[in-house]
Design a binder for this molecule. Structure first.
Ligand code: GLN
Length: 497
């Protein structure tokens, strides 16, 4: 991460980022820019640096904020009409932590409305274009954040990942995107989608930049009772976590050493990589399959052990996700009633009409579809058949990951079955859009961490001369986040711009 210094001032960094953002206007990356406040903050950081004071681990670093993070600065819309005029009275924990270290928010990024989607086409403000092909989608829901990093506007951006919304757009745009273990980063002050799978995470140009952001943002928060104690920064805990226990069990049977200095976990030793037999790789795009096979071959050559895993319950993950998540969405979105905040229909003549007109005009079609599915699966006649059954299947998926991580340290899979698809190709066909999430949602159901890493490009196409980016994801056991990022640093090279 390049931070501000006396020679490379925060003001120059912020101005440069804002200029780049304006030059990339046609990509529709930002919902709003935070120009004046950002420059003012940069001046304050420069003044600190000039006095020789500590300006923080992210001193003067411009960043982009997904538009579902609340902050007292500017307005949060979650790319929806219903929140369009919403000024938050609070600032999210993540924004507070980033800014306490000197980071400077230059703008809020476009997303699928309320994070419902895989292409950023469900945004009230129109789609974001792919960084490598302007005829294709950016992925979603955090499309704007991914493209902001891919275009080199900012060194990092925030995202939320409820079912792949960080990893999938990261892989569509050739950057790193990390979804931590559920509960590692506070969700306080972030517009809720599905509270049992929502995670805060980051886009950046390397796993080590993400590690720094994790050091800063992870930890327990009294405002989010689902946050975990700060295992990320307690190296002792990380060292004695699942990974090292597994490694100790293997001593004697394989040439593994546990010797490590105190501090960060040592993952120099061979690591067992799981590949999932149950994903039918013959159905995925050939470029992605080839990139996956090539990476596995490379890992084998470098001495990593490859373990085949049976995970039959994963085939239910997509169905489970599209029951559990809409159920939670229907509950979380009930607060948008045209009364408490945001948009209110002026045509309404009764309270009933205030609710129905405001919600009808304020939500995008995909938001409404999910509210309806959610209400249906929770309704008294169908609760047992859908919601309860999905929760039972979710437990099987969680157990399946636990068993898998007895046999391997990390799992490697593609992030999505296809590279970035054409704008308009799937937006009117929800099932084909949902199918894009088949490899990303299982992690959210199980609460395990996953990092999308860029591994190359497809063959060039007419509209993408350099080819489209391909991403793979590294999946780890719960709380293995630190070791996962260190492992990723070892097996990737920097792909910055
Ligand atoms: N694409 C998934 C969905 O539409 C994931 C969204 C997300 O992670 N916010 O539900």
């Amino acid at each position: 991460m390049q931070i501000a210094t006396k020679d490379r001032t925060a003001v120059s960094m912020v101005k440069e980022a804002l200029d780049k953002a304006k030059r990339c206007k046609n990509y529709n990356i930002f919902v709003s820019l935070n120009e004046e406040a950002a420059i003012k903050r940069a001046e304050e950081i420069d003044a600190k640096i000039a006095k020789g004071e500590d300006a923080g681990r992210l001193a003067g670093v411009p960043y982009a904020l997904k538009d579902n993070f609340l902050s007292r600065e500017g307005a949060t819309t979650a790319s929806s009409k219903i929140l369009e005029p919403f000024k938050s009275p609070i600032t999210s924990t993540t924004v507070k932590k980033l800014e306490a270290e000197g980071a400077i928010m230059i703008g809020r990024t476009n997303m699928d409305s309320f994070a419902h989607g895989s292409s950023t086409e469900n945004s009230y403000f129109g789609p974001t274009l792919n960084a490598y092909d302007e005829t294709r989608v950016a992925g979603g829901s955090s499309g704007g954040s991914a493209v902001a990093v891919a275009k080199g506007i900012v060194q990092f951006a925030t995202g939320t990942d409820t079912g792949g919304s960080i990893r999938q757009p990261a892989s569509f745009n050739g950057v790193f995107g990390f979804k931590p273990t559920y509960g590692t980063i506070s969700r306080y002050g972030v517009v809720a989608m599905a509270s049992s799978t929502d995670c805060i995470g980051f886009f950046a140009n390397s796993a080590s930049d993400i590690d720094l952001l994790m050091q800063i943002c992870s930890g327990q928060d009294p405002y989010d009772m689902t946050t975990l104690p700060d295992y990320y920064n307690e190296s002792e805990q990380a060292v004695s976590g699942d990974l090292s226990r597994q490694r100790e069990r293997r001593i004697g049977s394989s040439p593994v050493t546990t010797g490590r200095a105190t501090g960060a976990p040592d993952i120099a030793a061979p690591v067992r990589i799981g590949i999932i037999k149950d994903f039918d790789l013959s159905k995925i795009d050939k470029n992605i399959k080839d990139a996956f096979d090539k990476k596995i071959a490379e890992l084998k050559e470098s001495g990593y052990e490859i373990v085949e895993l049976d995970m039959p319950a994963l085939k239910y993950a997509l169905a489970v996700y599209y029951i559990v998540v809409p159920a939670e969405i229907s509950s979380n979105l009930s607060r948008h009633d045209g009364v408490r905040y945001g948009y209110r229909s002026k045509d309404a003549k009764s309270l009933e009409e205030v609710y129905s007109f405001s919600r009808n005009l304020g939500f995008m079609p995909e938001n409404k579809r999910r509210i309806m599915i959610g209400n249906f699966v929770l309704s008294s006649g169908f609760y047992d058949a859908y919601y309860l059954k999905a929760q039972k299947a979710r437990t099987l998926i969680i157990k399946e990951y636990e068993n898998a991580f007895k046999k391997c340290d990390f799992i490697l899979t593609p992030v999505s079955p296809n590279p970035a698809f054409k704008l308009g190709e799937k937006v009117n066909d929800p099932i084909s859009m949902y199918l894009e999430d088949v490899m990303s949602v299982p992690l959210n159901l199980a609460g395990v961490p996953g990092l999308a890493i860029p591994v190359g490009r497809t063959e060039p196409t007419d509209t993408a001369k350099e080819g489209l980016p391909i991403g793979l994801q590294i999946v780890g056991p719960r709380r293995s986040d630190k070791a996962l990022l260190e492992f990723a640093s070892k097996i990737t090279k920097r792909e910055g711009k």
